[in-house]
Structure formats: structure tokens, C-alpha cells
Design a protein around this ligand. Structure first.
Ligand code: ATP
Length: 345
């Protein structure tokens, strides 16, 4: 039960730590045709891969962008599997020096796939080394120091980089240009998440009712990682408090225990929304004032709660501060104040 201690604070944050990833591994689709949703990216990618396999050559480098938990790592694994090759995994923050990347690149076997997660966080010298490696399949190994240093070119076998980023806009253009194919992953529709959930329940061997799948899907913020995590929480509830079946009632009870409401908002999200409406009359109010009102750091409110609230159209950002939308008032079951000012005011 490695996943029990996870995310004590909230079960609807899109990120994942090592324990979460271990729990996820069993649920990852292994082939493109098992990968739910993302129709456009799936179709484009299948062409790229099939063409490469047909030619017997490594495909172009692939860049995958999109928010956390939508399947970038899963797709990288699928790419390697579809090509019948192995996947080497590293990430921007894990590479401290250009030499670390040179060591990885020079150990790649022909046709291997190198997955570079959080590629936007690569340090500049490593990034420059990567340009050359991706374009010319070469690394320049620097020997010696100072004026006497020289670069010895080392040829690399053809390989494919799969880069993943949550912030495609942060990638420098020369790096972006070296990817022959870029796929952007979008949030999933509820019916797609239902499919993800039914598939996962099958793999976990738990009986999940269709209505329960729909209920969990609608609270999963468009994110398969969150859907699978909520499924595991509902499974726990059904096992401990219920009769083992994942019915609609079990799903609702479990999600109530975990304080995930019908839109997928958690306690912090609701605290922010409630403070904005009840203490500041719906705003506008500055981020710092709002954060103090909920006892959180401004950065936490801005990076943890706000993105989803804005995406759901519950909060608006204006130059004068945050404002609650009509949907926010409605979601909290409160009456929005009458608009201030009159036709003549
Ligand atoms: N299209 C999909 N179909 C079925 N399951 C999916 C799909 N996309 C993601 N998942 C599941 O969601 C979980 C998270 O996916 P993954 O780790 O690939 O996300 P990610 O985009 O790489 O996230 P991060 O950026 O945080 O690393 C995995 O358990 C995976 O099985």
C-alpha cells in the first residue's frame, strides 16, 4: 500500500512524487491504441512512428508539452515500445553539468529513446550541447582546461530525444526548432477520463460502476493522474467502510472524506473562493491580502489554487486584483452582490 501516505494535504494536485509514480506505473498504457483521448496527438504520433519503423530509421525528435499528469511520460514510454527500443530517462534538473549530459548521450545505443523530462529546466551549457547532439549526432568532449583546452568530436549513433515540458514557452527557439514533431496535450474531457478509470479499475481488479466512474471523472480536473488517484482513494473507502464495490454512493462518500467537491475543488481552493466572496465582497483584492486571509503564502495561492480556479472560470485576474465570477458565487451557493454603479453613476 505504498500510495497510502500520499498527498496528505490534497488529493487533487496534479504533481506526483516517487511513491505516486510507483503506484502509477501499473496503470500506464503500454501502446498507443490503449492511450485514451488526445486524438490529434495520437494520430500524428502514430504516423511519425510508423513511418520511422517502415524506413528502419530513428524518428525525428519529439517534444511533448502540457500540464502535469496528462500523460507525457506515458507517451515517451509508448514511443520507445512502439519503436521496439529501450527508453533512457533523465530530466533537466537532474543534469547539473554539461558533462553529465555528454556522459548520457555517449552511452546511448543506436535507435534508443532518451526521455528528457522538464527540458525547460536544463542549464544553458547542457542545452547547447544538446542542440549539437540532436542535429549532428555528435558531442564535443572538451579535454584540458583554459587556453590549452580542445574539443574532440565524438560521433553518436542515431537516437531520438523525447522532451517533455509544462512550459513550452520557456524553451529557447533554437532548442524548440530541433524537434521535428511537437505534440501539445490538453486537459481530458469527462468521458475520456471515465474510460481511463474503467481501464484502471480493470487492471486493479476492482468493480467500478459506470455512474461511479462518471462521478470520479467529473471531479478529476481533466487530469488522468488525479482520476487514478481518486480511484485508489475510492477503492480504499469501499474496502474499509463499504462492501468492496465501487458504487456511486461509495464514490461520493469517499470524495467527501477527501474534501473533493463536485467541481474537483479541494479545501484550499474553496477557502480562497470563500474568502474572496465573503470577506472581500468578490474583489478586486490583491493576492497578498487574499493569501493572508486564508493563512497561506501568496506563492501557494498563486501556484497551487489559482490556476485551476482561473481555468474553471471561478476567479478572474484583473490589474486591480482577483475577482470572483458569477460562477464562483453560484458554486458556493451565495448570492452575488448587485453590480455597483448605475446607468448614470
Ligand atoms: N491517455 C491516457 N490514458 C490512460 N492513462 C493515462 C493517460 N494519460 C495519463 N495516464 C495515466 O496518468 C498517470 C500520469 O501520467 P504521466 O506520468 O504520463 O503524466 P505526465 O504528463 O508525464 O506528468 P508529469 O508532467 O507530472 O510528469 C499515469 O498513471 C498514466 O497511466
Amino acid at each position: 500500500m505504498a500510495d497510502e501516505a500520499l498527498d496528505a494535504e490534497s488529493v487533487v494536485r496534479p504533481g506526483a512524487d516517487e511513491l505516486e509514480r510507483a503506484a502509477e506505473a501499473a496503470l500506464r498504457p503500454r501502446h498507443l491504441d490503449e492511450f485514451v483521448g488526445q486524438k490529434v496527438v495520437r494520430e500524428q504520433l502514430s504516423l511519425v512512428l510508423e513511418a520511422a519503423v517502415g524506413r528502419g530509421r530513428a524518428p525525428d525528435h519529439v517534444l511533448l508539452s502540457g500540464p502535469p499528469g496528462l500523460g507525457k511520460t506515458t507517451l515517451a514510454m509508448i514511443i520507445a515500445a512502439e519503436l521496439g527500443t529501450s527508453l533512457r530517462v533523465t530530466s533537466g534538473p537532474a543534469i547539473q553539468h554539461a558533462g553529465d549530459l555528454a556522459a548520457i548521450l555517449s552511452s546511448l545505443e543506436e535507435g534508443e529513446v532518451l526521455f528528457l523530462d522538464e527540458i525547460h529546466r536544463l542549464a544553458r551549457p547542457a542545452e547547447e550541447l544538446l542542440y549539437v547532439a540532436m542535429e549532428d549526432f555528435r558531442v564535443d568532449v572538451v579535454v584540458g582546461k583554459g587556453a590549452g583546452a580542445s574539443a574532440i568530436p565524438l560521433a553518436l549513433p542515431p537516437f531520438t530525444v523525447v522532451g517533455a515540458t509544462t512550459r513550452a514557452g520557456l524553451l529557447p527557439a533554437p532548442l524548440r526548432d530541433r524537434f521535428g514533431f511537437t505534440g501539445h496535450l490538453d486537459f481530458y474531457a469527462d468521458d475520456e477520463l471515465e474510460k481511463v478509470l474503467l481501464r484502471s479499475a480493470g487492471l486493479l481488479g476492482v468493480p467500478l460502476a459506470h455512474e461511479a466512474a462518471a462521478e470520479i471523472a467529473s471531479r478529476s480536473r481533466g487530469t488522468p493522474r488525479i482520476a487514478n488517484r481518486l480511484l485508489r482513494r475510492v477503492r480504499d473507502w469501499a474496502q474499509v467502510r463499504g462492501d468492496g464495490t465501487l458504487s456511486l454512493a461509495a464514490a461520493r462518500s469517499a470524495l467527501e472524506v477527501y474534501e473533493v467537491d463536485r467541481l474537483g475543488l479541494d479545501r484550499l481552493d474553496r477557502a480562497v473562493l470563500t474568502a474572496l466572496c465573503t470577506r472581500f465582497g468578490g474583489g478586486p483584492v490583491g493576492l497578498t491580502t487574499l493569501a493572508v486571509a486564508v493563512g497561506e503564502e501568496p506563492e501557494t495561492v498563486e501556484t497551487v489554487a489559482e490556476p485551476f480556479l482561473v481555468r474553471e472560470g471561478l476567479i478572474g485576474r484583473t490589474p486591480r486584483g482577483r475577482v470572483a465570477t458569477a460562477d464562483a458565487w453560484a458554486h458556493l451557493g451565495l448570492d452575488a452582490p448587485a453590480p455597483s454603479g448605475t446607468l448614470f453613476g
